[in-house]
Design a protein around this ligand. Structure first.
Ligand code: NA7
Length: 548
């Protein structure tokens, strides 16, 4: 079916341009749910996806070792009990392949693909103020129009692929983890280099260690980590988590992180022995609980941060057999546990005890460039390689939006606005861009400060409810006022600056992209608290938003 015949035509009829109530960007976890919700409410919608199928993050990040670090039974859609119960996970933290299969199942079950155009990137979205329509252009040369433009583009989906001078000259295979090929990569007999040891690099390194002749890991900043406990689910486990559906939907949206964890209690009220006992018990859980569900003071009190950091460091030293060089290079001392993304891992540190894995420190002798035969460091040393894996991260939260030419009122550009200062109204709207909605965007809870599906579903629900409200009130345009945006940004900053997180340089702060304005990109005031503030706005008829 072609798009023109599928579309409804609203406003000024233009027979050559298909027009929709809403255009959605992205067919990942939030884009899929957004398409579903809008259809259920009777809106016309078309989604565009650069990939050849659904999945978003789970489509692109097919690198070795990619897997959940939210428990499978909460990394879920919760809007349909039947859908929740029809899918059974194989283990606590399934790998990318299974996650992708699950999203295919969801797309099939809800018949979503018929409203998604794949292999199509949206390059431009310009708001026509007179007609109150978004005019969208794609890399396939097509033009579409819609009343609402909804960017479900993902928090971590703009990979930093161009990092090093000379990349194109490399004679071997160079791969960014966020653009991993579908064809298998052959390591046997090869020399492989991995740049980066963030959550992604760690998964890659632990998974491919032992496969190439030599694996060289280029590390600049060490990382804290927690060993993952990943049991296979038995039939009883599956029946048990499914039986908890109603309990989970009432609980998850109201916790600090959208995970099932609750903080233990006040650190100061506990004896050192009781604290240690609690830390050991939480550690043994092998989950992110130590980070986002142990002691709230971890985020605010430097002494608590240091004690918990030291607890983790000692666990790491032991695994490294107290090897001084490895400990110095792999164990952080300059920032606190949990102020940067904490990964879950399996035998990651043990990989460095192998003879065929070599750690190259690039802290004091940084990577200068990539040359045809490998990686050259500043002192001139060349490490000869056949494959270079760039686990170098993403332009988080803003990148997926600023890579589209988005223009609002008076032709203002989102890229230019955010190059100066990253401000949003609850991460859902931006002043100056009427009828633009976003999920997983800056200043909303996201990426490990929220179990993503918990937050993405809440945001999609808020957006859809807002559109239904507008339809009922005969309104065609909504825009966050400058005051609302400023108030949210100030509140966000106040909450963020009361924590230790902004003191650590990381992608959470925009620190991994040169020139990016610094601000904590995820809201850290708590998922339940964020939801309540969004709900209040909806229930009060959207104060602070101009409806016309
Ligand atoms: P991250 O967490 O941003 O990690 C990127 C890694 O790449 C990190 O170790 C960086 O070191 C390293 N890096 C980047 N540039 C360089 C250069 N020039 N030289 C050496 N090392 C470099 O990205 P991930 O993909 O691991 O994780 C992102 C999120 O995706 C993750 O938190 C999950 O939520 C999913 P640095 O720390 O900058 O010294």
């Amino acid at each position: 079916m072609n798009t023109a015949t599928q579309a409804t035509f609203n406003g000024t009829r233009n027979t050559s341009v298909a027009s929709y109530d809403a255009i959605v960007v992205g067919a990942g976890v939030s884009g899929l749910y957004q398409v579903h919700r809008l259809r259920e409410e009777g809106f016309t919608v078309r989604a565009f996806e650069t990939g050849s199928d659904v999945g978003g993050t789970w489509y692109w990040n097919r690198y070795p070792g990619a897997r959940f670090d939210s428990e499978a039974y909460i990394y879920q859609y919760f809007f349909s009990e039947a859908l929740y119960k029809e899918w059974s996970w194989s283990e606590r933290y399934p790998g990318q392949e299974e996650v992708e299969q699950w999203l295919h199942f969801v797309a099939d079950r809800l018949n979503l693909r018929k409203d998604i155009q794949f292999n199509t990137r949206i390059d431009q979205a310009h708001y026509d103020e007179d007609r109150k329509r978004w005019v969208i252009k794609t890399n396939t040369g097509e033009t579409f129009e819609s009343q609402f433009f909804i960017a479900c583009t993902g928090m971590l989906s703009a990979p930093l692929t161009d990092k090093f001078e000379g990349q194109r000259s490399f004679k071997g295979q160079l791969i960014h983890t966020g653009r991993w090929p579908k064809d298998p990569v052959e390591y046997k007999g090869k020399r492989v280099g991995v740049i980066g040891n963030g959550a992604t690099g760690i998964q890659v390194i632990q998974t491919i260690a032992g496969k190439p002749d030599l694996l060289q890991v280029f590390i600049r900043t060490p990382q804290y980590m927690i060993p993952m406990r990943n049991p296979k689910y038995t039939d009883e486990d599956i029946a048990h988590y499914k039986s908890r559906y109603k309990e989970l939907i009432s609980k998850l949206p109201h916790t600090f992180s959208g995970f099932e964890y609750e903080f233990v209690g006040a650190w100061q009220d506990m004896t050192p022995e009781a604290r240690l006992e609690a830390l050991e018990e939480i550690w043994a859980d092998g989950s992110l609980r130590l980070w986002i569900g142990s002691f709230a003071e971890l985020f605010t009190d430097p002494e608590v941060s240091e004690e918990i950091s030291e607890f983790v460091r000692e666990k790491m030293r032991k695994r490294l057999n107290y090897d001084q060089r490895l400990c110095d290079l792999l164990i952080p001392t300059e920032y606190g546990f949990g102020t940067y993304r904490v990964p879950l891992e399996t035998n990651y540190l043990e990989a460095y005890l192998r003879d065929d894995v070599e750690l190259v420190s690039v802290k004091d002798n940084p990577i200068a460039r990539i040359v045809p035969e490998g990686i050259q460091l500043e002192d001139g040393t060349i490490h000869k390689l056949d494959i270079i894996i760039m686990a170098t991260g993403f332009d988080a939260a803003t990148g997926s939006l600023t890579r589209i030419d988005i223009r609002g009122r008076d032709g203002r550009s989102l890229k230019a606005d955010w190059a100066e200062d990253i401000r949003t109204a609850m991460g859902l709207k931006v002043h100056g861009y009427p009828n633009l909605f976003m999920t997983g965007a800056p200043l909303a809870p996201a990426a490990a400060l929220c179990n993503m599906p918990t937050c993405l579903q809440q945001q999609v629900d808020w957006i859809t409810d807002c559109m239904v409200h507008m339809r009922e009130q005969n309104k065609t345009e909504i825009e966050a006022t400058q005051e609302t945006q400023d108030a949210w940004t100030e509140h966000h900053d106040e909450v963020a600056n009361a924590t230790l997180v902004p003191q650590t340089n990381s992608w959470y702060m925009g620190g991994n992209v040169e020139g990016k304005p610094r601000r904590l990109l995820s809201y850290i005031g708590g998922v339940g608290n964020y939801r309540k503030q969004c709900d209040d706005i909806r229930e009060q008829g959207y104060p602070g938003f101009n409806l016309a």
